[in-house]
Design a protein around this ligand. Structure first.
Ligand code: GLU
Length: 457
């Protein structure tokens, strides 16, 4: 079988974490089966869709490297085909025109709610009135009223419902625009979609949409409805759990690889941790290994994955990320300093944007420690700092010599490294926690180091 999947977001806002994971699953499943992965923008609701949202979706898919190699389908461009199908269903007697006005419809809604029965318009069984020409109507699907419908969902398993519970859903509105329920089915058929992988909030829709497919004798696709993502408290993921837009995580400094890997782990389980990267997952991904229960979005876990990823990335790649993000213009010396200290600096952050807090001491020529409490300590140890400064000034600049100079100093003064380490760190970086001191001194260079040690607090 030539597998064809699609990711079909509605461009009504940013791309949600759950949507991004659906895209990843569709992408991987298609790749695993050497099939096609398509993106369809479901922009039928013109009032709620926006260009901005479309851009945000593409930007997010690009960031995660799950964009389609094929042309993007815009659902609104296929309206004519959807309308044609609505009329075909009408002609074949599988749909009917419903002339209920809004009051009548409201009464029907209340009645069906009270009696717990699905909405079936009285027009279902009526002949068309001859004077209906100017009256507004919608087209409703004539749902089968007996029998059952079974979907053997790859994730949810086999589920059977009684057809009598199905609403006669609207497929064409009175303004001649098709509804999502129709458009989505027609597009899936026209695009040759073989596997529909989407959130399980659409599982109920599948039982209704499949009726259209059956009426038209189209191929029934395979379905895989994946559980939604919840917060750690078990509630559906919402803003109160933190950012829900996938691109916010880009902005917060998470790497695309870490985000990909984490989203993949939300629901899919592989044998090894290494399998959650795009290259390996395209070979291993299987819908059978997608969990049926909701995944929990755990920021702590994401942070761990991100930190791990940062420490396994090529320094040149991280360097580029940081430079681009903060629009840093560094001279050769600064570039070298930053690149050399990066592996150590990365051990101390969970997201690379936190490196921003290191920029002052790394690049400011006239840097001095700004913390008032630290300043008092530095004042107190002014002499030690000065003395070390003047010894370093004489030293031929190499890691080895710097190390020896510091060791010699503590030996001469009967001190221990604990007596000089923290204050040197404060004077040079303004912090008590920083990469290896000798590397810092070496990379800052003689002039900067000595100036900082001589600063008058
Ligand atoms: N456009 C729908 C959504 O964003 C998805 C429809 C589908 O996958 O069939 O929820």
């Amino acid at each position: 079988m030539n597998v064809v999947t699609r990711f079909a977001p509605s461009p009504t806002g940013y791309l949600h974490i759950g949507g991004a994971r659906t895209a990843i699953f569709n992408y991987l499943f298609a790749k695993k089966h050497s099939g096609k992965y398509l993106v369809r923008i479901e922009d039928t609701d013109k009032k709620r869709s926006s260009e901005e949202a479309i851009k945000a979706i593409h930007k997010s898919l690009n960031w995660l490297n799950v964009n389609s190699e094929h042309n993007v389908v815009y659902q609104s461009q296929n309206f004519n085909s959807h309308i044609k199908v609505a009329h075909e269903l009408l002609k074949k007697g599988h749909a009917y025109k419903c002339y209920l006005n809004s009051d009548e419809l409201e009464k029907l809604r209340i009645k069906s709610r009270e009696n717990g029965i699905p909405i079936k318009s009285p027009w279902r069984n009526k002949e068309e009135p001859y004077d209906n020409k100017n009256k507004e109507f919608v087209i409703r699907l004539k749902m089968p009223s007996d029998g059952t419908t079974t979907i053997d969902d790859i994730v949810q398993g086999k589920v059977t419902i009684k057809n009598e519970i199905l609403d006669d859903m609207v497929i064409l509105r009175s303004d001649n625009t098709p509804t999502y329920m129709l458009s989505s089915v027609v597009d899936d058929n026209d695009m040759g979609i073989t596997h529909i992988i989407r959130g399980d909030d659409h599982f109920n829709n599948a039982f209704r949409q499949i009726q259209i497919i059956k009426y038209l004798n189209w191929n029934i696709p395979y379905y895989a409805h994946i559980p939604l993502i919840h917060g750690t408290d078990g509630a559906k993921l919402s803003k109160r759990h933190g950012a829900t837009s996938i691109f916010d995580y880009h902005d917060l400094g998470y790497t695309s690889e870490a985000m990909f890997s984490y989203l993949l782990q939300l629901g899919w389980s592989a044998k090894n941790d290494e399998d959650y990267c795009i290259d390996r997952a395209t070979k291993l991904f299987a819908l059978e290994n997608v969990s049926k229960s909701p995944a929990k979005f755990d920021l702590k876990k994401l942070n761990n994955i991100n930190a791990k990823n940062l420490n396994s990335m090529k320094i040149s790649d991280i360097y580029k990320l940081v430079i681009d993000r903060f629009k840093l213009y560094l001279n050769d010396e600064e570039q070298k300093r930053f690149k050399s200290l990066l592996p150590e600096l990365l051990k101390r952050v969970q997201v690379y944007t936190d490196l921003e807090f290191e920029f002052d001491w790394l690049f400011q020529k006239d840097f001095f420690c700004k913390d008032k409490n630290y300043q008092l300590i530095l004042q107190k140890h002014n002499l030690i700092l000065k003395e070390i400064g003047s010894r370093l000034k004489e030293c031929e600049w190499s890691v080895e010599n710097i190390k020896n100079t510091l060791n010699q100093y503590i030996l001469d003064k009967s001190l221990t490294f604990k007596d000089i380490g923290p204050i040197l760190r404060m004077a040079l970086t303004g912090k008590t926690n920083s990469p290896d001191l000798v590397s810092i001194i070496y990379e800052l260079g003689c002039t900067i180091t000595v100036n900082r040690l001589n600063y008058k607090y």
